[in-house]
Design a protein around this ligand. Sequence first.
Ligand code: GDG
Length: 500
Amino acid sequence: MRKKGRLIVVSNRLPVTLSYEDGKWRGKPASGGLVSALNPVLKNRGGFWAGWPGTGKGAGLSHIREILGPLSEESGYRLLPVMLTEVDVEAFYHGFSNSVLWPLFHDLQSRCVFSPAFWEGYLKSNGKFARVVAKHAGENDFVWVNDYQLIPLGEMLKKRRSGLRSSFFLHIPFPSVDVFMKMPWRKEILSQMTHYSFMCFQTGRDRRNFLDCLRVFFPDTAVSGRGHILRVKVEDRSFFLGSLPISIDFQAYSSLGSSRSVVSRAKTIREEVPGKQFVLGVDRLDYSKGIPEKLRGFQRCLERFPDLREMISLHQIVVPSRESVDQYQALKEEIELLISRINGRYSTTRWVPVNWHYGSVSREELAAIYRAADIALVTSLKDGMNLVCKEYCACKGKEPGVLILSEFAGAALQLAKGAVLVNPYDTDGVAEAIYRAFSMAEKEKRDRMRFLRKSIARQNVFWWVDNFLRAAAGKKLEEFPEQAIPSLWPGIITQAGKEK
Ligand code: GDG
């Protein structure tokens, strides 16, 4: 009998964060959009998640092994580390991934550093991922590669194991031809993207941009079919091409938001809020999230609508990210400066307009903050999807709340009807949207929230994953076996590329 294939997820980072405290290495589950979406999918499916454990310094293989064992049991899937050296991380992660692809794909080409050494490091580290995955994947396993850091992996896996099928999901946007053209390795990247059996984007807009680029660089590109999934032929390769908006486990967030402890904590948060209503921002520290633009919009709102002073406050959670990169440090300083200016100018003895928390909070606490917030404000300059806005609506339950959402977030295409859309570069527009949300009639708030929740509940993360797997592997999530976590040791590959 043929062995049933398992589900294998590959992403740059494993869904854990390692830290060295009190002379000991510790690990805890990581936060982030990709992790939030894929965690419930892989749980108890007997597969594994391969990725870099996020540290090159000091943590030897035995430490990693010690930490990942129990965490694998907790997660319900095996965590398989891909070991990278500090030099690898510099060129592959900080370099090509975060100083070329990330800014370019978010239309911020002036932030790109097109260094050939980064490109070489990108290919070299992808080779290390290919080696680990090819070693542990079985013939019938389904390999699901995630995100821009691993674009070359599919072709590399094919070269190592011709029978191994892999599919790809791009979590970030795909730029238009004019922007994409700027990248020196544009044709190589495009070609690598055609080596997956299924290539999927967040939105129809991203997919259209990708097809436009293909047609420029591969004029023989042929497309057939219509709807969510198309068939594309480029040179001697043919593959499926889709667009599926990623989502959340709506039911889980909705239940969490209505749980007794969260409702009670939300009440306490509300009581502590200075002013009548509060606006919430939750973002990773990243220039693509438009945090300074949000602060400018909020400041403008206080300037133009004095009746809102002492009546409204902004709570901004900023989750630390890529802290060692200068541009991110500069962004943090810009945020601090803007906040102190707003607070310096408008604070009174009873009211501080902006409160911010630099760090992450527990999932429960986040749910309570979502539930308590009157308005959620998402001002991404560009965002693949944005899960925060979906989590906010899920946690709100029947409580009225208003979502102000950037037109440039992938989620805007899906949630346009219920949300108040803004262009984050338009400071007056953001200010007016906050004023409108503040003054919105209760009935309109409830109607909009009902619509948003319905739409997110319908296209939840399981809808997304089922559609992805159906298009990519011709089966549903339940058809992947529920199995015990596979054993891993021995068979790990070290930073130096040796097997242990
Ligand atoms: C990328 C794309 C795309 C945030 N603060 C805390 C916390 N979070 C969690 C949220 C949410 C996630 O982080 C952020 O997800 P986003 O989707 O908003 O953004 P990215 O991290 O940039 O994700 C994005 C996503 O991938 C999925 O494809 O939507 O466009 O950029 O889940 O809940 N979680 C906890 N504490 C916090 O303080 N526990």
